[in-house]
Design a protein around this ligand. Structure first.
Ligand SMILES: Cc1cc2nc3c(=O)[nH]c(=O)nc-3n(C[C@H](O)[C@H](O)[C@H](O)COP(=O)(O)OP(=O)(O)OC[C@H]3O[C@@H](n4cnc5c(N)ncnc54)[C@H](O)[C@@H]3O)c2cc1C
Length: 474
C-alpha cells in the first residue's frame, strides 16, 4: 500500500523528530530544483536526520514501506540524480551530518561526515597544513557524500585522481538500515571485494554514505600558473606531453580553453581584465605545485622549452594571487558564460588523452555540418582526456527552436565520435536521470547485467534512488 504524503510526514516526524521533516511543498524548493532547472518533480517529504542512527531508522522504515529514498548533499549534481522522479519519494538530506570526525596528517587521512561542505573539508585540512585536493566550481555547496556518490573529478584529477581515488573507506547505511562500517585508513587491504569502490560513484542507488575516510596531502608551498597561447588541440597535446615529462606529478592542471570563451566572457563583463597574453585560437591553463624546499621557476623554464620547440606562441605567468585567481575564474566561468549567449547543447565526455584532438576535430566538423553557424565551445580537463564538448546556438537563432530541432541530433553525432574513439559518454557528471537511456544503449550488456545484479542484491525492493542510473530494477 502506498502511503499518502501526510502519512509519510507523520511517520518521519516520529522517527527523526518533527523539526527534521519538511512536508509543506511550498517550503521544499531548495531541495527540488537542481542547478540547471531541467528536472522538476515534487516529493512526499524532505527529512534531514541529525544522526547516523536516525538515517538507519529512516531506511528501515522506508524499506518496510517500499518508499523511495533519494539521498541529497548540496544539490549541485548536473544529471538530475538528486531530485525526485515520481513525486512519491522522500529526499534524505545529509546536511546535518557535517562534522569532521578526525584528521591524521601523519597518516594522510581525514574522516569527514557526508554533509560536510567540500570547501569546509578543504579548510579543515589546510588548518592542519594539509590539502584535500578535490576542487570543483561547486565546492561552496557540494557535500562530501554527494561528491563521492557522483565520483566527482574537478581540476586536480591529473595529479591526485578523482573522488574514488581519494577515498580510503566509507561508512554507509544499507537499504535495510544496517550500517556498513567501512571507514579505514589502510593503504593495503586485500580481504575481498572493494565495497568502497561500489558505493563511490553509485549515485545513491546502493547505500547512503554517512562518512568517509579521505586522503589528504602535504600542502604545497606555492603554485606556478600560466595561460599559454596555442595554435591547435594537436599542439596542446604535444605541450601536455612536454609538461608531463618536465614536471611529472607536480603538474596539477592542464585545462584547454578556446578563444570563443574569452570573447564571450569579455563581451559580457565577466572578467575585470583580459587574463591572456594576446589573442590566440586556443589557450592552455597550466598549473604546477611547488613543495617546500624546492626552487621556483619550473613552469617558466618549461614554457621556454615549449617556445623553442614552437609549441606555443605566447604566454602569461601569474605574478600574484590576483593573477592566478583571474586565470582560474576564466576557466571556471566557461560553463556559465555560455548561458549569456542563448541556448547551448552540452556533453561531458572523455576519450584517451591522445584522441582529444581527433575528438574535437571530428566533433566540430560533424556538428557544423548538421547545424551551419553552430558555435563550438569545447573546453576542460585536457590532461584527463575529459572535454566539456559544448555548442552555443548560432548568433540570432531562436533558443527554443534551436534546442527542439538540434539537441538530439547533435548529441547523436558527438556520442558517435566519442564511442568510435573508445571514449565514455559520461566522464564526470554521472548518469542520474539524464543519461539512463543512453547508458542502456552504449554500455556493454554484460557490464549492465553485473550492475543490475549488484543493485538487486543490495537493494532488493528498489527503494534507493529509484529509476536513476538503472531503470529496470525489480
Ligand atoms: C558549477 C558546477 C561545477 C561543477 N564542476 C564539476 C567538476 O568540475 N567536476 C565534476 O566531477 N563535477 C562537477 N560538478 C558536478 C558535481 O558532480 C557536483 O557538484 C558534486 O559532486 C555533487 O555534490 P552534491 O553534494 O551537490 O551532490 P548532490 O547533487 O546532492 O547529489 C549527487 C548524487 O549523489 C547522491 N548522494 C548525495 N549524497 C549522498 C550520500 N550521502 N550517500 C549516497 N548518495 C548521495 C545523490 O542521490 C545524487 O545521486 C559541478 C557542478 C556545478 C553546479
Amino acid at each position: 500500500m502506498t502511503l499518502t504524503a501526510a502519512q509519510t510526514v507523520a511517520a518521519l516526524a516520529t522517527i527523526a523528530g518533527s523539526d527534521n521533516v519538511v512536508g509543506d511543498p511550498a517550503k521544499m524548493g531548495a531541495w527540488l530544483y537542481e542547478p540547471r532547472k531541467r528536472f522538476h518533480q515534487s516529493a512526499a517529504a524532505v527529512v534531514t536526520p541529525p544522526t547516523v542512527e536516525a538515517v538507519q531508522a529512516v531506511l528501515r522504515w522506508a524499506n518496510e514501506n517500499g518508499t523511495g529514498i533519494i539521498a541529497q548533499g548540496g544539490n549541485t549534481g548536473l544529471v538530475g540524480a538528486q531530485v525526485p522522479l515520481s513525486g512519491n519519494e522522500v529526499i534524505l538530506s545529509l546536511a546535518r551530518l557535517d562534522r569532521i570526525r578526525s584528521i591524521d596528517t601523519a597518516a594522510g587521512v581525514m574522516t569527514a561526515e557526508a554533509g560536510v561542505i567540500l570547501e569546509n573539508a578543504h579548510k579543515a585540512a589546510e588548518a592542519e597544513g594539509s590539502m584535500f585536493p578535490l576542487w570543483l566550481a561547486s565546492q561552496g555547496s557540494a557535500r562530501i557524500g554527494g561528491v563521492l556518490s557522483s565520483n566527482a573529478g574537478g581540476v586536480n584529477v591529473l595529479a591526485y585522481g578523482n573522488a574514488r581515488e581519494l577515498t580510503m573507506g566509507v561508512e554507509a547505511v544499507l537499504a535495510d538500515g544496517r550500517l556498513y562500517r567501512g571507514l579505514n585508513a589502510l593503504k593495503k587491504d586485500n580481504t575481498g571485494y572493494d565495497l568502497k569502490d561500489l558505493l563511490v560513484g553509485a549515485e545513491g542507488t546502493l547505500g547512503i554514505i554517512t562518512a568517509a575516510s579521505l586522503k589528504i596531502y602535504p600542502l604545497p608551498e606555492d603554485y606556478e600558473t600560466a595561460l599559454v597561447n596555442i595554435a591547435s588541440p594537436e599542439a596542446a597535446l604535444e605541450l601536455f606531453q612536454l609538461m608531463r615529462q618536465r614536471a611529472g606529478a607536480r603538474l596539477n592542471a592542464f585545462e584547454l580553453i578556446p578563444w570563443i570563451g574569452l570573447d564571450i566572457q569579455m563581451r559580457h563583463g565577466m572578467l575585470d581584465r583580459d587574463p591572456t597574453a594576446s589573442a590566440s585560437p586556443w589557450y592552455a591553463l597550466i598549473e604546477l605545485s611547488r613543495m617546500a624546499g624546492t626552487a621556483p621557476g619550473a613552469l617558466q623554464s618549461s614554457l621556454e622549452a615549449a617556445f623553442d620547440a614552437a609549441l606555443i606562441s605566447d604566454a602569461t605567468i601569474a605574478e600574484s594571487l590576483a593573477d592566478r585567481t583571474r586565470m582560474w575564474a576564466f576557466r571556471e566561468q566557461m560553463s556559465e558564460c555560455q548561458s549569456r549567449e542563448g541556448a547551448s547543447i552540452k556533453h561531458d565526455v572523455s576519450v584517451p588523452i591522445a584522441a582529444v584532438p581527433a575528438l574535437i576535430g571530428q566533433g566540430v566538423t560533424a556538428a557544423e555540418t548538421l547545424v551551419p553557424g553552430i558555435r563550438p565551445v569545447p573546453f576542460g580537463h585536457m590532461g584527463d582526456g575529459n572535454i566539456h564538448f559544448n555548442f552555443s546556438m548560432p548568433v540570432g537563432a531562436d533558443p527554443k527552436a534551436f534546442m527542439a530541432e538540434f539537441d538530439e541530433a547533435v548529441h547523436a553525432v558527438i556520442y558517435d565520435v566519442v564511442l568510435k574513439l573508445g571514449g565514455s559518454v559520461s566522464a564526470e557528471h554521472g548518469i542520474g536521470q539524464l543519461k539512463v537511456d543512453l547508458l542502456r544503449q552504449v554500455k556493454d550488456p554484460v557490464a549492465l547485467d553485473m550492475m543490475r545484479a549488484i543493485k538487486t542484491a543490495l537493494d532488493p525492493k528498489g527503494i534507493l534512488n529509484p529509476g536513476k542510473m538503472l531503470r529496470s530494477v525489480p
